[in-house]
Design a protein around this ligand. Sequence first.
Ligand SMILES: NC(=O)c1ccc[n+]([C@@H]2O[C@H](COP(=O)([O-])OP(=O)(O)OC[C@H]3O[C@@H](n4cnc5c(N)ncnc54)[C@H](O)[C@@H]3O)[C@@H](O)[C@H]2O)c1
Ligand SMILES: O=C(O)[C@H](O)COP(=O)(O)O
Length: 440
Amino acid sequence: MAPITIRSVLISESVDPRCRAVLEENGIRVTERPNMKTEELMAEIQNYDGLVVRSATKVTADIINATDNLKIIGRAGTGVDNVDVDAATKKGVIVMNTPSGNTISAAELTCIMLMNLSRNVPQATMSMKQGNWDRKKFMGSELFGKVLGIVGLGRIGKEVASRMQSFGMKTIGYDPITPPEVSASWGVEQMSLEKLWPQCDYITVHTPLMPSTVGLLSDETFALCKRGVKVVNCARGGIIDEAALLRALESGQCGGAGLDVFVEEPPKDRSLVNHPNVISCPHLGASTKEAQARCGEDIALQIVDMVKGKNLIGAVNQSHSASNVAAEGLCQVEVGVNGCSYKAIGSVRGGVPVLLELSDSVFRQPVTLNGNLLFFKASADPQLLTSVIGLLAAEGVEVESFSGPADRAGDLWYCVGMSSLIKDLNALKPVVKHAAQLSI
Ligand SMILES: NC(=O)c1ccc[n+]([C@@H]2O[C@H](COP(=O)([O-])OP(=O)(O)OC[C@H]3O[C@@H](n4cnc5c(N)ncnc54)[C@H](O)[C@@H]3O)[C@@H](O)[C@H]2O)c1
Ligand SMILES: O=C(O)[C@H](O)COP(=O)(O)O
């Protein structure tokens, strides 16, 4: 990868001061201009090599395409759904985030929502402030012995599980990628969503927002839940369908909701916020001093590391297309294995060799070429990784990393980093079509 020069960065939201300090200490000029309108941002961005945002700045294709200088969009936080990553990729702009800096804060807010849903503390507080002393109206129920369904068992889902287990809750969950044996090791029994819905007293969602997670809780799925189920969304607005939630609250099918996020932020339609059984926050999951300090500093350090050619951490896209291989210093080779020929496109990022494409498969994130790597071709299936992990585990091999294709249709290449090479690749035959392994 050609060296990336970042001379100036625009910070368009309230980001911890450590971000500015670290960038400036490394010779990067920083301007902070929060609350810009889209047109202002579009004009201002022309003057910068980098942009640092949180979730409020909508970095649309129009904004990305309006600039010739932009090289990096840094997200001081987790979700990059406010950034048009595809447009950035086409334009050669790297998008990076700091996905673990606010995990604990988001998990803690989720637990606070669950506790408040069980004991009505916000409603009781408001009633007290109005001069009342109503002990009957705010009767609650214990969390002890209740069932919590966790949909999305990634960083935050896992932290929520361990905290709520300490309250004596039974934790069950679903995740298409996290293997059941892994979540079982932290006390979460996985099952299909159809089995999960009817068992839960509380449900909390912790997935990204994407087509497969929009409306995970809908009229249909609320109908499968226990009457009076309480739900929490501290992930992204829309994972719980807002109109369906309102209907469920009004019918009593849903007994209460804790909402930190909304489809539209701030929500113009206040029906949910004003519902007596809803407690809500203005997207405060990551709003703690600790989370902001971590995310602000991390994004600045990641940008500095990239500029110094040391490391490329947190990149969620790849800034190339096969058509500009030569222009971007990419390397294209033909690899022959067992009489078959495969086209591979790679590069060097921060001094580390990475694989970007293998035959027709473009990897969602560059595959770092070191350690023990297993490449396999298989058809897209939500259970694929779980099955491969299971087969490898039976051979005494642990999976350390995973890279999947950007595309999700047809037979494509995947790569997993392994604790050691597998003795016999035939063990994978039940689930993969071709496989090759190498140690680098
Ligand atoms: N409220 C806040 O301020 C705040 C703060 C941080 C993160 N978040 C949001 O919380 C969510 C989770 O963040 P994270 O860091 O735990 O992400 P993560 O990537 O670690 O975990 C997400 C998990 O969801 C799983 N998943 C994907 N599709 C699924 C599906 N259809 N059903 C069930 N599971 C599915 C993935 O396999 C993954 O394990 C994201 O949407 C993130 O943007 C919100
Ligand atoms: O995805 C995230 O990191 C959270 O939603 C936090 O967003 P924020 O940085 O705008 O608070």
